[in-house]
Design a protein around this ligand. Sequence first.
Ligand code: DOR
Ligand code: ZN
Length: 361
Amino acid sequence: MRLRIPAPFDPHVHLRDLDWSHKGTIVSETAAALTGGYTALLDMPNTPPATTNPVALNRKRARFLESARCDWGLWFGAAQPGNQEHFERVQHQVCGLKIYNNETTGDLLIEDQELRDRIIAAWPAGAPIAVHAEEDTVDDILQLVRHHRKYVHFCHISSANELKLLASAREEGLPVSIGVCPHHLFLTRDDLTALGPLGLMKPELKASADRDALRQALGCGLVDVVESDHAPHTLGEKYGEVPAHGVPGLETTLPLLGQAVHEGWLEPDRLAELVSVAPRRLFGYPLPPDSWTELDLGESQLFDNRDLRSHCGWSPFSGMRVQGVVRQVTLRGRQVYDGEQVLAAPGSGLPLTQRNPRVDA
Ligand code: DOR
Ligand code: ZN
């Protein structure tokens, strides 16, 4: 069976470039996006120079305009000791505000609950907020959502306990959405023995009970979005003295979800909902006309590092066989990936500038 997914949209990637071009460039990583079946993505602000002021934002925008092969939007980052003075000016140029509330790659950590409160208060209502929040921090952020009633997307939820907290927030009627990542759906901390540093990311891999809870939450509709959290680092950095956290994911996510369908824990209709319909609705970006990706569920492939277009050249899934092959990608009536070649030139991707007002479910 060939699944036709309307214009897959990844709301959570780290494409690097600029000061971290050695890890990847917008040219290389948007080629990876198209190869993996994605027509659009939203880039995170933690790559230096961090996207936390209008100068850095303009620099990144210029780079994307000349380099991106697929459509793109940019997250603005909250920064110490508070950068609220920029919010009004940048809100229409970005897809939303990202707040890092636990430690990860980069230096955008905000640990002070009062500063978090001031940041959320200052961000314009109606524009999305996305948070990196793990375990108890999920509760800290929920308190602020309860207070401000502003929409917050919880990125890369990875444990049964976090799901429980968010399920009750949903029941309470709080405006929250939930994203999960393919590595937390397919790997556990047991895989660290084989993967070594290639299995390190934030949030970390968890127990198989957590993975199973995520799978179940995906099927039942509690989880809204699958996001790759594509975060390439060089092999040297992964095997260095202090291993870098993060794994690439743009080229493996849709085939892995094909495997989930094959294994019977994901319905094909849910797959399209999780990687296109829901993220587009939540973050406000309409489906472009004549745009779809063909995912062949009747064919298997063996993931192999040598096939990757991502500049880093490795994947934690290398060596795994999955039922699902991206056959072609069409964007606005033009074939941009034919199953072998990326046909879109750098700069041909469009900025996602017009954000629809959010329609809260
Ligand atoms: O593992 C991660 N890597 N988690 C993040 O939140 C950031 C990312 C990165 O940028 O490397
Ligand atoms: Zn991330």
